[in-house]
Design a protein around this ligand. Sequence first.
Ligand SMILES: Cc1ncc(C[n+]2csc(CCOP(=O)(O)OP(=O)(O)O)c2C)c(N)n1
Length: 380
Amino acid sequence: MIDPNVFLKTFIKSDIRFFTGVPDSLLKEVCSCFSDQLKDNSHIIATNEGAAISLGIGHYLASSRPALIYLQNSGLGNIINPLISLSHKDIYSIPAILLIGWRGEILESGIQKADEPQHRVQGRITCEQLELLGIKYKIIDASTTNIEEIINDVISESIIESSPIALLVRKNTFSKYKKNLLFQTSKYSLREEIIKSILINTPPETIIVATTGMASREVFETRENLKQNHSKDFLTVGGMGHASQIAAGIAIEQPNRKVLCIDGDGALLMHTGSLAISAGCPNLIHILINNCAHDSVGGQPTKADSINLSKLAKIFGYKITKKVSDINQLTKTLKECKNNKESTFIEVMSSKGSRADLGRPTSTPLQNKVSFMKTLSINV
Ligand SMILES: Cc1ncc(C[n+]2csc(CCOP(=O)(O)OP(=O)(O)O)c2C)c(N)n1
């Protein structure tokens, strides 16, 4: 396995001074090492992967040094525009080292490693996508012994060719980082308890759209535990940051239906501008579970702790906004919302963490879609 300390030191020795990206579970250990050892302005957890590329472009323009930009392969969609329209050799020709966690990886045997449904297509096309983008890449894994040589090669090649170059990272490549600074308990409730309270305290006909990561898994599991069916839930298993607009699309088409979006702070910050649209939906309740972290992939901090997000929602146009910090206040607020006819945004403060034995949806996305659309086809 690759030691995160050795990995980081090798970059620093080659005068790579700026590290940015969006966290990924496969890169958790190396992200902990970046957070622990790099000063604030040398390591920035970006709001989305495209923004990380742009931070890297700015860094290069000002320093003549490439940045290291990390992401999960699901973030490739977000980076295509700045890569192709700016960084590409034929446009501004900007070097950068991309560190990409390969969910849904294709094993050397050619078989795809079992992973969640949302990673299957992205995992299958990742190499071809990089080739199409003109990005050379090297695959690293737990058996890689010459990581220093590989890093030095990719840095030189990126600089000589003045072009982005990638390290594609298989599962379990990095060994454990010595300390995990990311988990500190807080006084707030866990996301799963908040989700249970939402499912219990909203009228049963409410449509639920849940965000990417543990939140969707917890909605599924809580329905199972409460012996409720799943037909009113849409689980946004991929497409991080898009749950609120899926909810808005439903709310606009079916104005007599109450639609509730369960969002995360990382997801909301990934595409914040979308609030301007969802705020215009009088039948939408947008609940932000704010743990100030990318909890689902390791607990890396977001910028949410320095922003008043319920105030921001008000500025974006939500008619009713509330911030609550415990389940009792949440329950009371949800009861007050029952007959609301105005767009509502509730920020619920939350602790990081989830159950180690949390399950995964046992039905497929296609099954989920069919039963969900059946529910939406019934007039209200
Ligand atoms: C485009 C994209 N980038 C990164 C990821 C990896 N990812 C999955 S969940 C998650 C964290 C989401 O954080 P937040 O919305 O705050 O919810 P929390 O996990 O804290 O409940 C990340 C980064 C992804 N699925 N898609």
